[in-house]
Design a protein around this ligand. Structure first.
Ligand SMILES: C[S@@+](CC[C@H](N)C(=O)[O-])C[C@H]1O[C@@H](n2cnc3c(N)ncnc32)[C@H](O)[C@@H]1O
Length: 372
């Protein structure tokens, strides 16, 4: 076990048993940087340490963006700052990175981590914003255009790990699923009001759920008696509707669902439960709906060319077909209309080594474009 470095002693919460069971009590998950040896052990076992996020396809993204010292870049989805750290190293000396994230809870933590790593305000600017508002952010910073833009779509592992955010159905929590919890509606509110037809459409469009009609009919009928307010309550209702065995699905799978199609075979045995695939799909559909993920992605793709300097480069990592289709179509149209001089012809996928080390990379698709 690693020894935390010297920081003022703070008494840990009391819990029964050898290890904390509740997320709130898991002191290591809340301070991963203080438990480096434990984090390294988890990484070596091919898992993502709770409270952290492993950046995906870093080498491929850096190759595509060709960052140079002195350039200005934007990381539109700062998350844990894994890509940002690598980008900052390439932009130095003399360069600048603007990091955006819509999450008011994780953004200050990541900003603090990057500051502690030595990236000061003049090199790294952190902005809480939806990436749909990128033009406004750049205008506010007095930037007419930037050399490179990265967007790594979806949710981070930290967001999924925290049951209070409602992204996982492994632990019970409020049915929330918002990247910005201060912006309505929560998934519970959305599910309370959505029509049967719109719910069926969301399940199909956002998650390719084959039983969308049945689930939409049953869920809207059942909510009249008892509104859905908890993650496990909804998961149990879905299992009941589809006659699936009751299951205690692991967070690894829930995480992968949030990032796209899971590769159950590559996950630790005790968390494998292919039966919960429909539950994961419903949660994915709800997450995309409450965060209007396709709406903001469409707006971002429309604004993108105007945020890039001539010759500027963009890389976008997607995790399911609904996202990739949009990126592919926007880049293709941009090439046709003379906005981009080159775009990726094929998607770039994670290499074999990364797939082995981080199964979550299996659903990642990277596309890039170069501004005329
Ligand atoms: C997959 S994580 C990014 C991980 C990051 N690349 C890293 O290396 O740690 C996605 C992040 O994007 C944020 N996000 C998702 N949609 C967003 C949007 N429309 N605008 C801004 N941030 C968004 C999420 O809150 C989350 O922190």
């Amino acid at each position: 076990m690693s020894t935390p470095d010297s920081v003022p002693h703070k008494r840990r919460p009391r819990y029964t048993g050898k290890n904390p069971r509740r997320f709130e009590d898991k002191y290591k998950e809340h301070n991963p940087e203080r438990y480096a040896a434990d984090v390294a052990k988890v990484l070596a076992s091919g898992k993502t340490p709770a409270g952290t996020h492993r950046p995906i396809m870093v080498a491929e993204i850096l190759e595509v963006l060709t960052l140079q010292p002195g350039q200005i870049a934007v990381d539109c989805t700062l998350g844990y700052g894994g890509h940002a750290k690598e980008m900052l190293a390439k932009l130095s000396p003399g360069g600048r990175l603007v990091g955006l994230d819509v999450d008011p809870l994780e953004l200050p933590r990541t900003t603090e981590r990057l500051r502690a790593a030595g990236w000061s305000e003049d090199v790294f600017t952190s902005v809480r914003s939806n990436f749909a508002g990128l033009p406004k952010v750049l205008a506010g910073l007095g930037l007419a255009g930037v050399d490179a833009i990265l967007a790594d779509l979806g949710v981070s592992s930290m967001q999924i790990d925290d049951p209070a955010r409602g992204f996982t159905f492994k632990a019970d929590g409020p049915l929330d699923l918002r990247l910005n919890p201060s912006r309505p509606p929560s998934a519970a509110d959305w599910l309370a009001r959505v029509s049967e037809a719109d719910l069926a459409a969301a399940l199909t469009e956002n998650a390719d759920e084959p039983k969308a009609d049945l689930l939409a009919r049953e869920l809207t009928a059942r909510r009249a008696a008892t509104p859905f307010t908890r993650t496990r309550q909804l998961a149990e209702a879905i299992r009941d509707i589809l006659h699936l065995p009751k299951s205690d699905c692991g967070s690894e799978l829930a995480r992968d669902s949030a990032r796209g199609q899971p590769r159950a075979s590559s996950l630790p045995q005790k968390t494998v439960s292919t039966d919960d695939t429909p539950v994961r799909r419903v949660f994915q559909a709800l997450r995309i709906a409450v965060n209007d993920e396709f709406g903001v992605l469409d707006l971002f793709l429309r604004n993108l060319p105007y945020a890039l300097k001539p010759g500027g480069r963009v890389a976008i990592l997607t995790f399911h077909s609904g996202e990739d289709r949009r990126v592919k179509a926007a880049f293709k149209a941009g090439l046709r209309d003379g906005i981009y001089s080159a775009v990726s012809e094929e998607v770039v996928r994670a290499g074999a080594e990364e797939l082995r080390a981080n199964p979550r990379s299996s659903s990642a698709k990277l596309r890039w474009a170069v501004r005329v």
